[in-house]
Design a protein around this ligand. Structure first.
Ligand SMILES: [Zn+2]
Length: 67
C-alpha cells in the first residue's frame, strides 16, 4: 500500500505492506492512501531511481559530483 504523509513539512510517500499508522519519516499519524495520480508518480520515481542506479553501475565515474 502506498501512503502519503499529510504533514506539510514532510509530504513523504512510501510503500509498505499492511496498515501503517505513522509516517516512517516524521512519525506523524496524518497519513492517507496515495491517490491514483500519486501512485503513478511514485512508480515513475521508483523507475527513475532504478535507472540512476543502473547508470552508476555502468559508468561509476559519472556518479561523482564535483561541488
Ligand atoms: Zn511524514
Amino acid at each position: 500500500m502506498i501512503y502519503t504523509c499529510l504533514n506539510p513539512d514532510c509530504r513523504f510517500m512510501f510503500d509498505l505492506p499492511g496498515h501503517v499508522e505513522n509516517c516512517p519519516d516524521c512519525g506523524s499519524d496524518q497519513l492517507r492512501p496515495a491517490t491514483r495520480a500519486e501512485r503513478e508518480e511514485f512508480d515513475r520515481f521508483q523507475e527513475e531511481l532504478k535507472l540512476e542506479e543502473q547508470e552508476k553501475k555502468e559508468n561509476p565515474d559519472s556518479a561523482t559530483h564535483i561541488a
